[in-house]
Design a binder for this molecule. Structure first.
Ligand SMILES: CCCCC/C=C\C/C=C\C/C=C\C/C=C\CCCC(=O)SCCNC(=O)CCNC(=O)[C@H](O)C(C)(C)COP(=O)(O)OP(=O)(O)OC[C@H]1O[C@@H](n2cnc3c(N)ncnc32)[C@H](O)[C@@H]1OP(=O)(O)O
Length: 200
């Protein structure tokens, strides 16, 4: 069996199939450098109203990419003075999720694989970047890095992911009614959710 044609059991779900296409930046995507804002005020990753959140601030990048910054706080420790790996993975997940703004597609994380290359101390400013690499049906393949010491510093964490496109109904049908009702009563929230959809 050649490496180029592995058996189905060895195919990685993180590698796009040969007939995958390039991701497309939506014509109405925010311009490069523009802040994306939060998709939901109570989101653990980006929500300004979430006291326990990461308060990640993402901006549109070139092509189908985004950048974001996240400061590791004492509440994010795993080992003394070092960031918890799950928190770093959450920051990567959120940055990858922000690609939705550029593609005008609502998508949820299906699979996410993180490499931890360097420990990340508390008070570190993590420079995150995510890029969509391929699309196949409802699957969006994407990759992300987190650098320390500056936007061009060494990569401390990286991740590959597959996001799956869903409709707004995914949240309405699966979310707890209390929060869904509050979100649907908030015109700004409905507008933000619909802004992700190509055909609102
Ligand atoms: C008006 C009120 C609304 C309020 C909403 C507010 C805001 C909404 C706006 C934006 C928010 C959007 C995202 C949030 C952004 C950032 C946060 C970070 C991202 C996250 O943190 S998000 C949470 C974690 N995430 C989940 O909570 C997902 C739980 N899960 C499911 O809900 C299902 O599992 C689902 C939907 C994923 C699939 O289910 P399904 O039935 O729709 O589709 P199906 O199974 O048919 O798969 C279709 C094709 O995807 C392939 N596929 C499926 N699963 C895969 C996997 N794991 N790995 C690789 N490929 C996979 C299949 O292989 C097939 O591929 P193929 O077509 O080639 O056969």
């Amino acid at each position: 069996m050649s490496a180029a044609n592995p058996p189905a059991s060895q195919k990685s779900p993180l590698v796009p199939p040969p007939d995958a296409t390039d991701p497309v930046r939506h014509p109405e995507a925010p311009a490069p450098g523009e802040p994306l804002g939060a998709h939901y005020d109570m989101c653990f990753g980006c929500g300004g109203g979430q006291p326990h959140g990461l308060h990640l601030a993402a901006r549109a990048g070139e092509g189908v990419s985004v950048t974001a910054e996240f400061t590791v706080r004492t509440a994010h420790q795993g080992a003394p003075g070092l960031a918890h790996g799950g928190v770093l993975t959450s920051a990567l997940d959120e940055t990858l999720g922000s690609l939705s703004w550029l593609m005008h597609v609502i998508a949820v994380t299906g699979r996410l694989e993180t490499d931890f290359l360097q420990p990340v101390p508390v008070d570190t400013l993590l420079h995150l970047e995510a890029r969509a690499t391929a699309v196949h049906g409802r699957k969006i393949y994407a990759t992300a890095t987190g650098r320390i010491g500056g936007p061009d510093g060494p990569v401390a964490v990286r991740a590959d992911a597959v996001f799956i496109e869903v409709k707004v109904e995914h949240f309405i049908e699966n979310g707890r009614q209390e929060e869904i009702r509050a979100a649907m009563d908030d015109p700004d929230q409905v507008r933000r959710a619909r802004a992700f959809e190509v055909n609102p």
